[in-house]
Design a protein around this ligand. Structure first.
Ligand code: NAP
Length: 297
């Protein structure tokens, strides 16, 4: 079998186009333009490029973005003061603080300080709690992006055996939680694996859907995949490659070439889950502005 490749860029472009139309309608009906504040502390090159990509994506579909770049030595109090200001700014509907933060700043204190109605990353305990309870809230962007890919590729989740490899707070745990919800995007039977899991292969071989979010190349090899399974690769890893212009290339957690021969559907890296993450941030920002508009009516 040769797997159909899920084109994350194409799915993301379709969602962004839908969002662009929603933004235009919101602006003409209410005069409200969705606004996202992006906060970056320090000069980490990877974080800088993520932040620039988010701001560019906002501009492309008509979201106003406010760029807040602070020096690496910023204190926790200074950052809390900025969050407070953004919480009260009516032009801002969503606040994104790029993680990781420098050591002198507690990430949980900062996340807790963001007003839940502006928590478009879906990391605030209120958002996480509502997600677990199945209530309407902002869903964390990467897990939401994975759900969108599965839905738009018409993968049937109801009753499916799903194995999630990874249990981080930003990917594995929320994804597993969403997949077990009694909701159209859920109803799966989910196993969560991690580094203490015994016999990972015994679990993955049972799976109708494998979602790899381990951050380690070749965590999923062809011998671990049931023929016809759907394989979603969340991992983004840099591997040295002297042939590549930058001296490295990006790869996922899945042995793509071999696993594509066995799976029915598979995401590539890059070009699979990656483009969906920013798209779902835009989605949450538009949702936040729409909520604000409906409260104002
Ligand atoms: P993380 O915080 O490092 O968590 C990795 C998880 O995988 C941990 O739970 C770890 O288990 C588990 N794990 C690691 N190696 C394993 C192995 N060999 N077998 C079984 N479990 C293993 O990473 P993360 O933030 O969740 O991110 C995971 C990957 O997704 C990274 O490559 C990251 O770059 C990528 N990512 C991509 C996007 C995107 O937009 N495409 C967004 C976010 C993250 P323990 O808990 O036991 O340590």
């Amino acid at each position: 079998m040769s797997a159909r490749i899920i084109d994350g860029k194409q799915v993301a472009a379709a969602i962004r186009q839908e969002l662009q139309q929603k933004i235009a309608a919101l602006r003409s009906e209410t005069g409200i333009q969705p606004g996202l504040a992006v906060v970056l502390v320090g000069t980490d090159p990877a974080s800088q490029s993520y932040v620039s990509a988010k701001e560019k994506a906002c501009a492309e579909i008509g979201i106003y973005s406010s760029d807040n770049r602070l020096p690496a030595e910023t204190s926790e109090e200074e950052l809390l003061a900025l969050i407070d200001k953004l919480n009260r700014d009516p032009k801002i509907h969503g606040i994104l603080v790029q993680l990781p933060l420098p050591r002198q700043i507690s990430e949980s204190k900062i996340i807790n300080a963001i007003a839940p109605e502006k928590d478009v990353d879906g990391f605030h305990p209120v958002s996480v709690g509502k997600m677990v309870l199945g209530e309407e809230t902002y869903l964390p962007c990467t897990p939401h992006g994975v759900l969108q890919l599965l839905q738009r590729c018409e993968v049937n989740l109801s009753g499916a055996e799903v194995v999630v490899v990874g249990r981080s707070n930003i990917v594995g745990k929320p994804l597993a939680n969403l997949l077990i919800q009694k909701a159209p995007y859920g109803n799966a039977t989910v196993t969560v694996c991690h580094t203490r899991t015994r016999g990972l292969r015994n679990h993955t071989l049972r799976a109708d859907i494998i979602i790899a979010a381990a951050g380690c190349p070749n965590t999923i090899t062809a011998g671990m995949v049931k023929p016809g399974a759907v394989v979603i690769d969340v991992g983004v890893n840099r591997v040295e490659d002297p042939q590549a212009k930058r001296g490295y290339r990006l790869t996922g957690d899945v042995d793509f070439a071999a696993v594509s021969e066995k799976a029915s559907l598979i995401t590539p890296v890059p070009g699979g889950v990656g483009p969906m993450t920013i798209t779902m941030l835009l989605f949450n920002t538009v949702q936040a502005a729409q909520k604000k508009a409906s409260h104002a009516r």
